[in-house]
Design a protein around this ligand. Structure first.
Ligand code: SF4
Ligand code: SF4
Length: 470
């Protein structure tokens, strides 16, 4: 039998299953919402974890913290590599709640600043720093506070910008969700996609009040970053509609020109790895301790005594149970340390991408910004590993305890080597396609190799946080 026929049948079967699964999405989302509320609220009626002998298996709060940050969050990120943003479409209680209320919501149009493509990256930046100053990973009350505020914003967004005609709309998920950008870039690397049968050769469009809840103009859909795999546009056995496809990992990066590259998303790819890694290592890094000390001395010398007073509990951790009270000094030093490290890393990746764009000038006759953007995307697989290790720190720390420190370090190092090799392979293929001249191909590959080794070195910092990089 012809291979393409076998593949088509197999693909159709998968698509049909996916389509049938759609009916179960609301029930799954309700279950997820109840589970999240139970995880965040019930353990607060139990004892606070104060002692070394308390573990996730004998203390409710530690159990909830582990499920949320060690399983739920990294599991969500990893799942995108295999099934795209199915988490968003089928499981996420936050997105579901925002969508449900949007059916009865007002018909306001989101203002342009919300619709700007950089908005989700800013949301990620604010919430990632805020989560650290609140210490959400080690204090369930702070986690509850952060989730409550984010849920309130998502519901308000659904109510204000809903369709009001019983049609689902996810303005929050498209424009403001703090992890929407991460999931979007991960889904570009993922193997599952939903594509139009006949793609229009135009820019990917934006359409409010259409069938797609995240406002994708379906006929022109080119990328998977905003697709939450809700399956609304799939019509198995019909000539129209979109269909589910499986593809090689990171094929959207290798052929980024055809998949709606976006300079705002690229800014996120440069900035987010540094933020995630700094968020992971600050508490155990001697560099952070020195920075805080220097900032404290500077404040003392300049009589900025307000820096040594406690700040509000909604902004920084105030945990009376273990007598942990963050000062403004902690808030400022954590924020500056994370933002400064992220900016430094972004600057280096920007400079390398600029060099790459200059090399592309004679071979690809497009604008500077386009060349810069397409070159910059070539660092994204490794950048994603960096983000994964940073945001999945609770899981990594737990695995260090369960599997053994040395074994886990070896596993992490293997991940870095595999991701580095994979990233170089994808990027070199992209270079070969875009450069005609041999020497520019070699120089371009050199710039990419330099960038990849740089990201790998930063990633190593998350594995050995007490090492001094500088
Ligand atoms: S974009 Fe954010 S809020 Fe929306 S479904 Fe995905 S994770 Fe949930
Ligand atoms: S493209 Fe289709 S599957 Fe993806 S979010 Fe839009 S309607 Fe849902």
């Amino acid at each position: 039998m012809n291979y393409s026929v076998v593949k088509a049948k197999w693909q159709l079967k998968l698509e049909l299953r996916f389509f049938q699964l759609r009916k179960l999405f609301p029930a799954i989302q309700i279950l997820m919402l109840l589970s999240l509320v139970a995880l965040l609220v019930l353990p607060l009626f139990g004892p606070y974890p104060r002692f070394q002998w308390q573990t996730p298996w004998n203390n409710g709060q530690l159990f909830s913290e582990w499920v949320l940050w060690g399983f739920w969050y990294p599991g969500t990120l990893l799942s995108v590599l295999f099934v795209g943003r199915l988490w968003c479409g089928a499981l996420c209680p936050l997105g579901a709640l925002s969508e449900w209320v949007s059916r009865i919501g007002g018909r306001l149009n989101p203002p342009n600043w919300i619709k700007h493509p950089i908005a989700p990256a800013f949301s990620f930046l604010i919430v990632t720093v805020w989560a650290q100053t609140l210490d959400v990973r080690d204090d369930l009350r702070s986690a509850l506070l952060l989730f409550a505020i984010i849920f309130a914003l998502a519901v308000a967004c659904g109510l204000a910008f809903g369709s009001g005609r019983g049609v689902a709309r996810r303005v929050w998920c498209r424009h403001l969700c703090p992890i929407g950008s991460v999931l979007g870039v991960f889904s570009r690397i993922g193997v599952m996609s939903i594509d139009p049968a006949n793609k229009e050769k135009v820019e990917e469009g934006y359409r409010d009040h259409g069938l797609c809840p995240t406002s994708i103009e379906l006929r022109s859909k080119q990328s998977s970053r905003h697709c939450i795999k809700c399956a609304r546009c799939i019509k198995p056995n019909a000539r129209g509609g979109l269909s589910l496809t499986l593809r090689a990992p990171a094929s959207e990066i290798e052929y980024i020109d055809r998949h709606s590259p976006c300079s705002s998303e690229l800014a996120f790819i440069w900035f987010a790895p540094g933020l995630a890694i700094a968020g992971f290592i600050w508490s155990s890094s001697p560099l952070y301790a020195q920075f805080r000390q220097a900032l404290g001395e500077w404040a003392m010398n300049h009589q900025w005594m307000g820096m040594f007073s406690q700040g509000p509990a909604w902004l920084m951790n105030q945990n009376a149970a273990i007598d942990q009270h963050y000062l403004w000094l902690d808030f400022v030093s954590i924020s500056l340390f994370m933002l400064g490290f992220a900016a430094l890393m972004a600057l280096i990746l920007f400079a390398l991408s600029l060099a790459g764009a200059a090399l592309l000038k004679n071979d690809v006759r497009t604008s500077w910004i386009h060349r810069l953007t397409t070159f910059g995307y070539q660092f994204s697989p490794l950048a994603m590993l960096c983000i994964l290790l940073g945001l999945g720190s609770t899981l990594i720390s737990s695995l260090h305890q369960w599997i053994g420190h040395q074994v886990m370090v070896d596993i992490e190092l293997s991940f870095v080597v595999v991701a580095l090799t994979f990233n170089l392979l994808i990027a070199f293929r992209w270079v070969a396609k875009n450069h005609k001249s041999c020497w520019r191909r070699i120089l371009s590959s050199g710039v990419i190799t330099l960038g990849c080794f740089f990201i790998s070195t930063v990633t190593l910092w998350s594995i050995f946080p007490s090492y001094q990089l500088f």
